[in-house]
Structures are given as structure tokens and as C-alpha cells.
Design a protein around this ligand. Structure first.
Ligand SMILES: [Zn+2]
Length: 213
């Protein structure tokens, strides 16, 4: 049965509250019986595009088990064609109606990009560069405008700008996703996970009206 976007978002928020309160139920969602029931198919209720950072495991911070989340993790939660394709695959194949781009505080990929833009480091590997190059357009304006003062504030703003950029790319970089947004109630929202508190803040593109949630 399809889980609509508002309900999916409410589930993630509830799971994150359990995680923060140390009242997780994930063990009951990850049993052998649950695994067996999923052999014949899956219906994940949310797609998460998150960072590979070892401190931000999506299933744990949302207190979800087998079959619940379709997770794409890449350093800096950047959007490249294979990420768009993964989202398209899950949204069209499984009817998943919520996509969350989840950045996090102190993201190393964002910090590395800032350091390079500030001339404090260079990225030698062309593979690593392909990630930095995708983060750069989102954070470069923060430096050139000079409106953000202090290194911590700069990193915070850069993490959010990078999430917004990925949300924007997913929303506008795929005809298939655009059609699902307009015709089938697909939501693509942005969030930030705090390493300090464990809280996920859904700060970008969450519709004001959340009927059903
Ligand atoms: Zn990161």
C-alpha cells in the first residue's frame, strides 16, 4: 500500500524523535521474519539521499528497519546522474513518494570544498574533485558575498546551501521526477542532521500544508 508523502515525512520525524530519546524500536523492524517477508518484494516509504559519513546512518537516525528506506549515500550528498537514476528507479518502481536530501553538520565534503575555495587546500584526485566540483557552485556565493562571518557559521550555511542545491537538482534535473511531483504527489525535501544533538531538521521545501501528516 502506497504511503503518501505527508505520512512518510511524519514517520521519519517520529522515528528521529525515538532515536533522540533513545527509545528505538529498530530491533523489532529487523527480525528474520521481517527479512523473510521482504524476499518477494519491497515498498520503501522514503528515499534518502544522504552523506557517506560514518556518523550519519540513515536507518539508525530515523529508527527504521529492513525494507523501510531506499538509501543512496555519497560523500557530500551530491547529485550526479547515478543518484538521479537511483531516485527515479525507486520512485517509479516502488511508488515511493518522499525523497529526503539529508546533509549534516561538519560535513567533510563541504569543508574540503570551502578549504579549496579559500586556497587552503587542493584536491589532487580527479575522482574526489568530481565531488568537490558538485558542491562548489552551491557554496561559492557564500564566500563571494562575504555576508557570513566566522568559520563555524560559514560551514553551517554551506551545508544548507549544498542540501538546497541537491534538492533543486533532483526537482529540475529529471523529467520523470518532475512528472511525479506534478501528477503523483512526490515530495523532494531537504534536511540537516545534527551530529551534536541527533536531531534531523527538515528545513527545505516542506509544503506548508501537510494535510494527512
Ligand atoms: Zn558529509
Amino acid at each position: 500500500m502506497m504511503v503518501h508523502a505527508p505520512e512518510a515525512l511524519a514517520r521519519l520525524e517520529a522515528g528521529n524523535r525515538r532515536f533522540v530519546a533513545e527509545q528505538t524500536v529498530v530491533a523489532s523492524l529487523s527480525t528474520t521474519a521481517r527479512r523473510d517477508a521482504l524476499v518477494s518484494g519491497q515498498e520503501p516509504f522514503a528515499i534518502i539521499l544522504g552523506c557517506s559519513d560514518s556518523r550519519v546512518p540513515a536507518e539508525l537516525v530515523f529508527d527504521q528497519g529492513f525494507g523501510d528506506l531506499f538509501v543512496i549515500r555519497v560523500a557530500g550528498n551530491v547529485v550526479a546522474p547515478s543518484q538521479v537514476g537511483s531516485v527515479e528507479f525507486a520512485a517509479s518502481r516502488f511508488g515511493t513518494r518522499l525523497v529526503v536530501v539529508m546533509g549534516h553538520s561538519q560535513c567533510g565534503a563541504v569543508v574540503a570544498t570551502l578549504e579549496e575555495l579559500q586556497g587552503r587546500a587542493t584536491t589532487e584526485s580527479k575522482n574526489l574533485r568530481s565531488i568537490v566540483d558538485r558542491v562548489r557552485p552551491a557554496v561559492e556565493p557564500l564566500l563571494s558575498l562575504g555576508r557570513v562571518h566566522g568559520e563555524d557559521a560559514l560551514i553551517r550555511e554551506a551545508v544548507r546551501a549544498n542540501v538546497r542545491a541537491s534538492v533543486h537538482q533532483l526537482r529540475h534535473g529529471s523529467e520523470l521526477l518532475e512528472t511525479l511531483i506534478h501528477e503523483s504527489g512526490l515530495w523532494i525535501v531537504g534536511a540537516e542532521y545534527s551530529l551534536e544533538t541527533g536531531v534531523v531538521d527538515f528545513f527545505e521545501n516542506v509544503p506548508v500544508s501537510r494535510a494527512g501528516a
